[in-house]
Design a protein around this ligand. Structure first.
Ligand code: 5GP
Ligand code: ZN
Length: 122
């Protein structure tokens, strides 16, 4: 599977392009972070690279810095969005990958899910 920089049929590429509205949490030149439309918990946002990478299965060594930056940003944004501090608080970070992984949108994304329990799911 090739990695196009932008797929005009991809839902998250359309959100990145502003063709579909989203509630933005964070944006920079390489990343967009927005709230999930069907949140499992009080905090539930999706971190996506602006580059159209279909899933974790397509990650290459040249993506390491980008993905590393996403991992460092996740706890900062989790705190900003209302997750309590570790260890009492915290969050879940999920990357559904492929059909067996339950992936529905074929554009790499990390779910960050947290906030006070009970949650609707998870
Ligand atoms: P996946 O199952 O692929 O890991 O997760 C896809 C996520 O995208 C789901 O949690 C779903 O609620 C979310 N989602 C689907 N369509 C939209 C949309 O149009 N806007 C936003 N903000 N989230 C969406
Ligand atoms: Zn895409």
């Amino acid at each position: 599977m090739s990695t196009l920089s932008h797929d005009p049929n991809c839902l998250f590429c359309k959100i990145i392009a502003g063709q579909i509205p989203s509630k933005k949490v964070y944006e920079d030149a390489e990343l967009l972070v927005f709230n999930d439309i069907q949140p499992w918990a009080p905090v539930h946002f999706l971190m996506v690279p602006k580059l159209h990478i279909p899933s974790m299965a397509q990650l290459q060594p040249e993506h390491a810095e980008l993905v590393g930056r996403m991992m460092v940003l996740a706890p900062q944004l989790a705190a900003q969005e209302g997750c309590r501090p570790y260890p009492e608080g915290g969050f879940r970070l999920i990357a559904n990958t492929g059909d067996d992984g339950g992936q529905e949108v074929q554009h790499l994304h990390f779910h960050v899910i947290g906030g006070p329990r009970p949650w609707r799911k998870g």
